[in-house]
Design a protein around this ligand. Structure first.
Ligand code: GDP
Length: 455
C-alpha cells in the first residue's frame, strides 16, 4: 500500500455537466473532510464504503460549489485504497478550484495513470488489464471497445496464465528429474515436453496473429495516401475524414511536420499521414519532406495510391506503382465524375483492388471502404477472443514463443534437459512480464507514463 494520498481531476479538461475530483490514499477521507461539508453534518472519515453524501465544498471560509461526495473504503475501491470522489459542477474553473483546495489540504497531485498504477500495485488488476483501461478510454469503435473490455475483465490474463501453468507443469517435472537424478522420479518423455511446448507456442502465435490483424480496429493502421501532385490526395483525405470523426495532430520533431489525421471508417481506424507528395525536388527543405514521406510509405500498413482517372497515366504514376510493390495497397482511380482517360487495366495488373472514386462527389466511397476492410482483413476480428493491448504485450508474447521454439530445437538436437528447462523458464518469465508479475519497476513506470492524469 502506498503511503501518500494523491488527487486529480478525473473528468476531461473541458466544461461538462459534472466534474470529478478523485482522492486516493490512507488520508483520502480526512482530506476530503477538510473541504467538503455534508448537509447532515456527518464526517466522511467515519463513513462506511459505497456511500454518497450531499453537501458543499468550502475552503478558506469561501463556498466553491455544491457537490456529492462518494466514499469507498479500502480494499473495495478502484485503487484498493480509501477513496473519495467529489462530484461537482463540471466547469473548468470550479474543478480546478476544488482540486487546489484538496491539494492545499494535504493531497499530492497524482501523476499520469497513478490511480490505475495503485490498483496494479495493490493487486486489484494485473498489468495487462491495467493497459486495457487506456485502450478502452481511447477506443474509437464498438469492436475496439469490446476487445479492450474483455482484456480488462481478464480473458487475456486467464489465457496467459493457462500457458504459464502448462509450461511450469512440465518444468517442475523436468527440474525434479534434473536436480534429483538418483531419486526414483519418472523421466518425462521428450515427446510429452515437445507436445506441450508446441501447443502453447501455437496458441501464443495465434494471439500475436490476431493482434496484428486486428490492429486496424484496436489501434489504427498507419496509412499513407500516395500520388503525384493534383491527383486528389487531399480530396481523398478530406473525404475519408469528412465521413468520420477526425483528429488532426502535428507530429512534432520533424523539420517539416507531417500532419496525421485519424479517420474512423466503421470499425476501422486509419492513421493517415498527409505526406506532402512523393517526388524528386531540388528544394532542400521540400526534399526533407519527401524523405519523410518515403519513410512513412515504406513502413505504412496501408497505402492508398491515388491516380487521376481523367488523364493518362504518366512516368510519375509508374514510380508510385513501383513504390507500392509488395505492400498492402489499394489503387484509387480518382475523378470518376470526369470521363475516364487513364488505362485502368495497367493498375489492375499491379493492384488486386482498384476502386473508381470521385473524391468530389463521394461516388465509390462504399467500394473504397470495402476494399480497405478486405485488404486489412478486419472481417475476422473477434473481440471476445484473448486480445493483446499494445506493442509491449506483443513483444512479450513473441519472446515467449521464441523461447519455446528454442526449447523445441534443444529437444530435437538432443541437448541436455536442463538446457530445455532454461528455455521454458525464459518463456514463463516473458509471459509473467506481460501480466506484470515479473515486470521491472522501469517497465511498470513506462506503462503508466502513457496514461492520462486522473486515470
Ligand atoms: P493533391 O495535390 O493530390 O492533394 O490534389 P488535390 O486534392 O489538391 O486536388 C487537385 C485538384 O483536383 C483540385 O482542384 C480538386 O478540386 C480536384 N479534384 C480532386 N478530386 C476530384 C474529383 O474526384 N473530381 C474532380 N472533378 N476533381 C477533383
Amino acid at each position: 500500500m502506498n503511503g501518500s494520498t494523491v488527487a486529480a481531476v478525473s473528468t476531461p479538461n473541458a466544461p461538462g455537466g459534472i466534474g470529478i475530483i478523485r482522492i486516493s490514499g490512507p488520508e483520502a477521507l480526512e482530506i476530503a473532510d477538510r473541504v467538503f461539508v455534508s448537509v447532515n453534518g456527518k464526517k466522511l472519515a467515519g463513513s462506511k464504503g459505497y456511500r454518497a453524501y450531499y453537501g458543499e465544498i468550502v475552503f478558506s471560509g469561501e463556498k466553491i460549489d455544491e457537490a456529492v461526495c462518494l466514499v469507498y473504503r479500502a480494499p473495495h475501491s478502484y485503487t484498493g485504497e480509501d477513496t473519495a470522489e467529489i462530484n461537482c459542477h463540471g466547469g473548468l474553473y470550479v474543478t480546478k478550484q476544488v482540486l487546489r483546495a484538496v491539494i492545499e489540504s494535504g493531497a499530492l497531485p497524482a501523476g499520469p495513470g497513478e490511480f490505475t498504477k495503485r490498483a496494479f500495485l495493490n493487486g486489484k488488476k494485473d498489468l495487462a488489464s491495467a493497459e486495457s483501461v487506456m485502450a478502452l478510454i481511447g477506443a474509437s469503435g464498438k469492436q475496439a471497445a469490446a476487445a479492450a473490455l474483455n482484456t480488462l475483465e481478464g480473458n487475456l490474463s486467464a489465457e496467459i496464465k493457462k500457458c504459464c501453468d502448462e509450461i511450469t507443469g512440465v518444468c517442475a517435472s523436468l527440474t525434479a528429474w534434473v536436480d534429483y537424478p538418483d531419486e526414483d522420479i519418472e523421466e518425462l518423455g521428450e515427446d510429452r515436453i515437445a507436445a506441450v511446448f508446441e501447443d502453447v507456442k501455437s496458441r501464443l502465435d495465434e494471439i500475436v496473429k490476431r493482434y496484428d490483424s486486428g490492429r486496424a480496429i484496436t489501434e489504427g493502421a498507419d496509412t499513407v495516401i500516395a500520388g503525384k501532385p493534383n491527383v486528389g490526395k487531399s480530396a481523398v483525405m478530406n473525404l475519408l475524414s469528412g465521413y468520420s470523426r477526425s483528429i488532426v495532430t502535428d507530429i512534432a520533431g520533424t523539420t517539416r511536420d507531417v500532419v496525421e489525421e485519424k479517420a474512423v471508417i466503421g470499425d476501422i481506424i486509419l492513421k493517415i499521414a498527409d505526406t506532402a507528395g512523393i517526388r524528386e525536388t531540388d528544394n532542400p527543405v521540400e526534399n526533407i519532406g519527401v524523405g519523410l514521406a518515403r519513410k512513412r510509405l515504406e513502413r505504412a500498413e496501408l497505402v492508398l495510391a491515388v491516380f487521376d482517372g481523367s488523364s493518362g497515366l504518366t512516368a510519375e504514376d509508374s514510380d508510385i506503382i513501383a513504390d507500392c510493390a509488395g505492400k498492402c495497397a489499394v489503387a484509387v482511380l480518382n475523378k470518376s465524375d470526369l470521363p475516364l482517360k487513364a488505362d485502368k487495366r495497367v493498375l489492375e495488373e499491379h493492384f488486386d483492388r482498384v476502386v473508381e472514386l470521385s473524391a468530389l462527389t463521394g461516388d465509390g466511397y462504399d467500394e473504397l471502404k470495402n476494399a480497405i476492410a478486405d485488404k486489412l482483413m478486419t472481417g475476422d476480428f473477434d473481440p471476445s477472443a484473448a486480445c493483446l493491448t499494445g506493442e509491449r504485450q506483443r513483444a512479450c508474447c513473441v519472446k515467449a514463443a521464441e523461447h519455446l521454439s528454442d526449447g523445441l530445437e534443444a529437444l530435437r538436437s538432443g541437448m541436455t534437459l536442463d538446457a530445455v528447462n532454461v528455455c521454458a523458464d525464459c518463456a514463463v518469465d516473458a509471459l509473467l512480464e506481460l501480466t506484470g508479475e515479473k515486470a521491472t519497476s522501469a517497465v511498470v513506470d513506462e506503462v503508466f507514463s502513457r496514461f492520462c492524469v486522473g486515470k
